[in-house]
Design a protein around this ligand. Sequence first.
Ligand code: NOJ
Ligand code: CA
Length: 477
Amino acid sequence: MAPPRQPWWAGGVLYQAYPRSFADSNDDGIGDLVGLHGRLDYLHWLGVDGIWLNPTFPSPNRDWGYDVSDYFGVHPDLGTLEDLDALIAAAGELGIRILLDLVPAHTSDQHEWFLESRSSRESPRRPWYIWRNGADEQDGVFGGKAWTYDEPTGQYYHHLFLPQQPDLNWMQPDVRDAFDEILRFWFDRGVAGFRIDVVHELVKDPPSQSNRPEIHGVLRRWRALADACDPERLLLGETWVLDLDELASFYGQADELQLGFNFPFMFAGLEATALADVVKRTEGVLPAGSLPVWALSSHDVVRFPTRICDEDDAKVRCALLALLTLRGTSVLYYGDELGMRQVDIVPDRVLDVDGRDGARTPMHWGDGEWRNPWLPLGAELASVAEQRADSGSVLSFCREAIALRGSRDDLVAGAYTPLTSEAGVWAWRRGQGTAVAINLTDSPSDPALEGDVLLSTKGRDDPSRLEPWEGVVVALT
Ligand code: NOJ
Ligand code: CA
């Protein structure tokens, strides 16, 4: 048996589960923690190392959990603290870690901190949020302005997102202390780490400037808390920046985030030159010893099979092969492993303020189906049950790719070395003995590799020829 990976996410696969849409245990149409617990055997079978849960905290759901009203609880729609404890324990038995989604940049306007802050200019919580006598013209991310006038106390408060998501003032030492307590609380409960929401916008002073240098001090402080745990906890940032040097800055001197999401990769398209370029540059800018993290879908963007693969499963397999053979940590968004498409949402079913419902629809299990799900099920895609029974399905392929990734030292830890290839073919070596070549064109190609095919997106075993939209992993000889 291969020795355990160090750290556990190196060369591993994380699975992003959107709890409201993953699995429903009580037929109220909303996915929940007990439902997810009941599907752990599926995730174990798939071969994932960890699960990142989108926000599980009590929330008025103006932004579906990203407006937190209590950082120490569980949203009643999703279950109880005991359900979360039980999920963490059961996942742990299967060797699967649970990450929560920390939302530190803003709270709900119903959080008691904000209610107190808003109550008077003299409130001790007043400086916890960003209050000004005048507002500038900064736009909010979801439309409207980033400032709202609050009549009772005659000042404006800042909110990068909805008016119901007031921004915390991270220049305030008490806010930093309060979050230390939140991190410790969850680390003590066995949470393996956090995905951290809008980390690049955490400190706002002045409010219109993103990526303030003070952010790095906060991240070093959190990293010290994470490193003090045994085993060390993971900080995975939502570093939504398009400049790779800026992304690398969130890793600090390997003393800030251990992983920062790579949005240039997510948005490169399924195009060989662009992908090769982002990956090579990423590998070049991260601090020594650090790991990249790769994802193609999320709850915020159009699902990748629709966005970059024309809903063509040959292309979906190529994208999954790339995702699962790069160095570092790979993140699957629930349903990616099925090739799940974006779902069209008719106007009277729209719930999200920013049009993202189509990427958040219920997982199609095919056994014990959803009753009145909160968002419509996508109709036509083969379900988990059907795909599990079909060795030629996207799901079966994805599982094979994950298994191969975990079983081959080169794919766990080997360096990424670009290989020269024909136009439209993306090829690289991992370590000394493994190569990946993916033909992202409509014509056949010769990747000039010698060895044994370990995995092909088309189930072929010829390393000297790639069919159009075929990718292979080759054990070099
Ligand atoms: C990023 C989250 O991923 C997104 O869903 C949310 O709307 C914003 N941050 C605001 O918290
Ligand atoms: Ca439920």
